[in-house]
Write a protein that binds this ligand. Structure first.
Ligand code: HEC
Ligand code: HEC
Length: 352
């Protein structure tokens, strides 16, 4: 009996301390819950040794804090409120699916090579550093060194038709031209006149202190590009033959040698932030060197030629990477094409 009573007492004792312990744990949990509710955060658990937190390593082309400053296109859903909404919408459609309307089998007319403007002006010209149209409405008309003339937006659009799309110009009073201009003006409507927003156009890739190397570039091409653009650079045509799934980079159907991408800095800038497909300015795939070298390889392959003898009437205005003489300096054509560019830049500065 005595034993029983004793064990009963110790049972009660044990149970109370057990309950008290439970209560303490519960209380701690409530405190933690309230802390979290009030916006508190738990301390980071250290990663086990040897494990790298990949997602947290930022290796973008611009400082991470500048990402939020990047230009953004106006909200597409607001187009309906614009008085010329139909033109803006048709303009975007033409930029995105140019070939269906104006390519070799185009339903409006056949004046271009099968590329879409969007193949190079990504997201119909809305992607930061994706060769977008952010600064078109704000900076045209302007005098351009290439033509030596005052160029308005239609003239600039036709430059791309005649060079990047290796075709012929579109009538400036056509519905198609009016629509594309309306779209570009809408895209740039929030940019003050004269300003070039951060993220407009293409990124400038730092110059190498050596010439870009087509042989190294071929290795990059085979590893990173050929799976889509094909080993022969001819791309892949869509099943309906109306446009490309993967556009050609050289050969008869590619941009001609008067086009912007034929300049190494433009090609390197486009690729650095946008190719292989999926690369972005905050998540690039190639290095500077790889971008320059692959540019050298692609731009050493055959492509249509344009008579550009009328270009750059003032030869001193030629960009350092304009690959055709005559030049206002003594560097050979070869160096103006592949670099090294820093000596040309330095000589240009001195000449001023
Ligand atoms: C093969 C690539 C390619 C294609 C296709 C292409 N463009 Fe371009 N476009 C360029 C490049 C490169 C530039 C010059 C970028 C630079 O100098 O920074 C450019 C520049 C422009 C500009 C001037 C941008 C500015 O801010 O000054 C306009 C406007 C333009 N393109 C319109 C078009 C239109 C419209 C089409 C379709 C009919 C088109 N482009 C097709 C490569 C292309
Ligand atoms: C996964 C497929 C894929 C890979 C890999 C790829 N591209 Fe592209 N590339 C595309 C597509 C698709 C477009 C057109 C984008 C659009 O219309 O939105 C394009 C467009 C281009 C253009 C402009 C259009 C033209 O025909 O001139 C160039 C230049 C280019 N890519 C270069 C490269 C280079 C250089 C590499 C390798 C470093 C590469 N691409 C890797 C799919 C790819």
């Amino acid at each position: 009996m005595k034993n029983n009573r004793q064990s009963f007492a110790s049972f009660i004792e044990n149970a109370t301390s057990y309950l008290l312990g439970l209560l303490a744990v519960l209380l701690a949990l409530i405190v933690l819950f309230v802390y979290l509710l009030a916006g508190g955060s738990l301390p980071q658990l250290a990663a086990p040794a040897g494990e790298v937190l990949l997602a947290e390593v930022y290796e973008g082309l611009i400082p991470q804090e500048d990402l939020e400053r990047l230009w953004q296109a106006p909200d597409w859903s607001t187009v309906a409120d614009e008085p010329n909404a139909l033109y803006i919408e048709y303009g975007r459609e033409l930029i995105a699916n140019t070939s269906e309307y104006l390519g070799p089998l185009g339903k409006v007319k056949a004046i271009s090579n099968g590329l879409n403007c969007q193949n190079c002006h990504l997201g119909a010209g809305t992607v930061p550093f994706g060769n977008n149209y952010a600064a078109v409405a704000s900076t045209y008309p302007k005098v351009r060194g290439r033509s030596g003339q005052m160029e308005d937006i239609p003239k600039r659009i036709n430059d791309c038709f005649e060079r990047s799309l290796n075709g012929s110009p579109l009538e400036v009073d056509s519905e198609e031209m009016i629509a594309m201009v309306a779209y570009m003006e809408w895209l740039g409507k929030e940019v003050p006149k004269g300003e070039v927003p951060f993220g407009a156009g293409l990124i400038d890739v730092s110059y190498l202190d050596r010439a870009a190397d087509p042989i190294k570039g071929k290795r990059i091409y085979d590893a990173y590009c050929a799976s889509c653009h094909q080993e022969d650079g001819q791309g892949v045509m869509r099943f309906d033959q109306l446009a490309y799934t993967y556009p050609p980079l050289w050969g008869a159907h590619a941009y001609n040698d008067g086009a912007g991408l034929y300049r190494m800095s433009r090609f390197a800038g486009y690729v650095r932030a946008n190719m292989p497909l999926g690369a972005t300015v905050d998540n690039p795939i190639l290095t500077d060197q790889e971008a320059w070298d692959v540019a050298a390889y692609v731009n050493s392959m055959p492509r249509p030629s344009k008579d550009i003898t009328g270009d750059w009437p003032d030869i001193s205005k030629k960009p350092v990477d304009h690959p055709f003489g005559p030049f206002s300096d003594t560097f050979p054509e070869e160096q103006h094409k592949y670099g090294p560019f820093p000596p040309i830049v330095a000589a240009k500065k001195q000449a001023k």
